[in-house]
Design a protein around this ligand. Structure first.
Ligand SMILES: Cc1cc2nc3c(=O)[nH]c(=O)nc-3n(C[C@H](O)[C@H](O)[C@H](O)COP(=O)(O)O)c2cc1C
Length: 200
């Protein structure tokens, strides 16, 4: 039986240790992503979010791009640890979703509605966050372990070039996923009294 939304919220965690296996077909994964794109809210219904699903060797190619970019940046003696982290977690997963926001849509809104011009980039990030969270939950529900990574802007140019993506697509986040290899540890929580007020 599928989990309730409450149960899903509780079980969704960051999973670093992943196996390159999938409990569902690639087409079913693609359908989950399409359902998020189709149903999620966006400012002025602008639908600025874009996803790229990288499977198999394309997933591997992404994490090679990340490693190449980091190799050029981190000190040589620190790189083996960095590489081991990427190989042991993100690259070892089944696939990765890339989240983009289409800057041409955001800039179009700024031109059409100048009085909101400063808000549109912020709202674009917010709708991306909603999309990321929905996909995280949908993948969790399907039996995947998921994490959220941010190697942008370091990898932006190489990613756009490799997959020939439109110039206006701004990379926001990378979401590697796979069947969990181990469960995450316990998480610390700030007291709810500091974070929630109710007035009645
Ligand atoms: C907006 C946002 C950005 C995050 N960026 C990263 C990241 O770049 N790398 C990473 O390993 N985890 C990242 N995380 C995951 C958080 O570290 C993680 O959600 C948090 O520690 C709570 O753990 P949990 O996901 O297991 O509940 C991010 C989470 C959010 C919401």
């Amino acid at each position: 039986m599928s989990k309730s939304l409450q149960e899903l919220l509780k079980s969704r965690r960051t999973y670093y240790a992943l196996q390159a296996q999938s409990p569902i077909s690639d087409d079913a994964v693609a359908e989950l992503l399409k359902s998020a794109l189709w149903n999620l809210p966006s400012p002025f219904n602008s639908q600025s979010s874009r996803f790229v699903l990288l499977l198999g060797q394309e997933h591997t190619a992404l994490w090679q791009i990340v490693k190449d970019a980091l190799k050029a940046k981190v000190p040589a003696d620190a790189f083996p640890k960095t590489e081991a982290k990427i190989d042991g977690s993100f690259a070892s997963g089944y696939a990765t979703v890339l989240f983009f926001e289409d800057r041409t849509v955001v800039e179009g809104l700024q031109k059409s509605f100048p009085s909101y011009a400063d808000n549109f980039p912020v709202w674009s990030q917010q709708t991306s966050g909603l999309h990321q969270f929905a996909v995280w939950l949908l993948l969790e529900e399907a039996g995947f372990g998921v994490s959220l990574q941010h190697y942008n802007p370091l990898i932006d140019d190489a990613v756009k070039k490799r997959w020939n993506l439109p110039a206006g697509w701004q990379l926001i986040a990378q979401m590697p996923f796979g069947v969990p290899a181990e469960e995450p540890g316990a998480k610390e929580h700030l007291p709810l009294e500091e974070r929630f007020k109710v007035f009645r």
